[in-house]
Unconditional design. Structure first.
Ligand code: ZN
Length: 585
């Protein structure tokens, strides 16, 4: 008999002691004291009823594990605490979930988080609503303005309660800052104000042409007041020093951190341009990206698209940054009557919205990207917008059938003609939708489209009934990205004020399980990542979100209590990227 080598002995010993021996140096984390919903059981029926193998009994969900063991980036055990502790070694980190609920990492599958970072280095004027206090605040906080050379930049004064007469003027701002350019903009960007130095640098005089969609205000003598409305702000913004590479890196990092703090382990960036993509790539390479990014390239950045057309899509899964999709716009929004409708707007006869080239939709280029293997996510809101895009997809799939397998998406899919729901299924498209939009639009959406068409609006249940895959998101910063808000809206069809009683077209509500999947496992599918993400299973990446409440049971029994929900921890690739104090032992 051959004498076993030391290595063989160690392997045998390890096999015997299995869990205590680490075969490599990767860190282990054991999560205990948790209500784990793995979502590893089968999808619910199209009416929302849980699959017979779901841990569900008489209207109650039963967590299907209480502990998770992570090694490196991967989940290596899911089950009971006693077995989990047998994996403990000297370098194990223990996480006490304190009875919280652990779910697969939340994904916001249509988001623009760089907007969170765009105001970095500017002075925040929130709550200020008169000229004197704004000027005084700028003077007192001038050292906070670091975004652009010597410019004093401010944002967010309360323009809702403030008519243009109450705004500071160029003279007032110049008195406080005679040599430095000053430019401030209100909460919604309806108004903005510049001082004389800023207007000088932007080359604006009393004779400057007034841009479309905005105005340059003057006094009774025709002198510049320094006040601009809407698009006219761009006249000043264009003269600001360009952002540096560092600026872009800071901006996207800030956005990613906001997502991590909000419980999201990933987001789909719905329109990445070259500058932001370079910044995301930097953080991926440095290992400094706290959350995953699934990038949908901005179709209007044609140079970026041709570059990626050569490279082709990134099909590896589990990376921190994946470039595999393209985002294009086809029509506008319903609120401003930009969405393209088949018949006239109910509250504006003769008007059917705008579409196509007005929104920079370059059909030929988008089609080439699809042929190169990219997924397309196309913004379509109105029933005609959606129908045109269904026709577009159909034509391309007929000509090039293998392109169909790339899980193409319609972003928003907000108003759909009753005849068109089945076409989403036939074309194997994903409906990418925002529960918060329903909650925020319910006050006027029916005015726009009338009582018949509204039945096909924000119609999540109808999509489900036709077997159309859904993914949910916030379109932040267009809507509040708070998960508990989106989840509440999805299952109650109510808004933030818990109205209306009984919900708005409540027959379109989803069940808590469906809503949770639309933010987790179904979002993983929408990004081709279901093999490595989206459920809590051995071998998958450890992307997890820890919540203080059991959203499935609270959602079933007492949805109003969802507003007490908080994120306790966010884990991405096995690393705790956000924690509320105290869960790490
Ligand atoms: Zn968007």
């Amino acid at each position: 008999m051959k004498i076993p080598s030391t290595t063989t002995l160690i392997i045998l010993l390890c096999a015997f002691l299995l869990n205590a021996c680490s075969t490599n140096d990767q860190n282990r984390t054991i999560i205990t004291n948790a209500k784990v919903y793995t979502l590893s059981w089968s999808d619910p029926g199209l009416d929302g009823s849980p699959h017979p193998n779901a841990p569900y009994n008489n209207g109650r969900w039963i967590p299907d594990a209480s502990a998770i063991v992570i090694e490196g980036e991967h989940i290596i055990f899911v089950g009971d605490e006693e077995t989990a502790f047998s994996y403990q070694n000297e370098s194990t980190t223990l996480l006490d979930a304190k009875g919280g609920t652990v779910i697969p990492g939340l994904v916001d599958s249509h988001a623009h988080p760089f907007y969170f970072g765009e105001d970095l280095g500017k002075i925040e004027l929130t709550g200020l609503s008169d000229a004197e206090s704004i000027v005084q605040y700028l003077v007192d906080h001038q050292e906070e303005s670091t975004a652009a050379d010597d410019w004093i930049l401010g944002f967010g004064y309360d323009e809702g309660s403030m008519a243009t007469e109450k705004l500071p003027t160029a003279d007032m701002l110049t008195e406080a800052f005679p040599n430095r350019p000053v430019f401030i903009i209100g909460t919604h960007g309806f108004t903005s104000v510049a001082n004389h130095e800023a207007m000088k640098r932007a080359g604006i005089t009393a004779q400057s042409p007034v841009p479309v969609g905005g105005d340059i205000l003057k006094d009774e003598n025709g002198e510049l007041l320094g006040i601009f409305t809407n698009n006219a702000a761009e006249l000043i913004e264009e003269s600001l020093p360009p952002k540096t590479e560092d600026d872009y890196r800071n901006i996207v990092l800030h956005g990613m951190n906001v997502m991590a703090e909000s419980g999201y382990t990933a987001f789909h960036d719905a329109g990445t341009n070259a500058e932001y993509l370079a910044a995301y790539q930097f953080h991926e390479d440095e290992g400094s990206a706290p959350v995953r990014v699934y990038s949908m390239l901005q179709a209007t950045d044609e140079e970026l698209l041709s570059e990626w057309m050569q490279k082709g899509p990134e099909t590896a899964t589990g990376e921190m940054l994946t470039v595999r999709a393209v985002k294009a716009y086809y029509d506008g929004s319903l609120g401003i009557r930009g969405a393209k409708l088949i018949e006239d707007y109910s509250d504006k006869p003769g008007h059917r919205g705008v579409s196509g080239e007005d929104y920079g939709f370059n059909e030929a280029l988008v089609e080439e990207m699809m042929s190169a293997g990219f997924q397309l996510g196309i913004h379509a809101i109105g029933d005609a917008g959606n129908r045109d895009m269904l026709n577009f997809y159909e034509r391309i799939f007929d000509a090039n059938p293998e392109v169909k397998a790339n899980r193409h998406r319609i972003e928003h899919a907000q108003v759909v003609h009753p005849n068109d729901f089945s076409r989403f299924a036939d074309l194997e498209l994903i409906a990418s939708m925002e529960p918060p939009h329903m909650a925020e639009d319910m006050g006027w959406a029916e005015d726009r489209v009338g009582s018949e068409r509204i039945k096909g609006a924000y119609a999540w249940r109808t999509f489900r009934e036709y077997g159309v895959p859904l993914t949910f998101n916030s379109d932040l910063t267009g809507s509040d990205h708070n998960f508990f808000y989106g989840f509440y809206a999805a299952i109650t069809r109510k808004n933030k004020y818990r109205q209306p009683e009984g919900g708005w077209y409540p027959e379109q509500a989803l069940t808590p399980e469906e809503a949770l999947r639309a933010y987790t496992s179904w979002s993983a599918y929408a990004a081709f990542q279901e093999e490595v993400l989206g459920t809590i299973e051995v071998g998958k990446r450890a992307d997890l979100t820890i919540l203080n409440i059991d959203v499935l049971n609270v959602g079933e029994q007492n949805p109003d209590s969802l507003w007490n929900g908080r994120v306790l921890g966010t884990i991405v690739d096995g690393k705790l990227v956000f924690e509320e104090l105290g869960i790490r032992n």
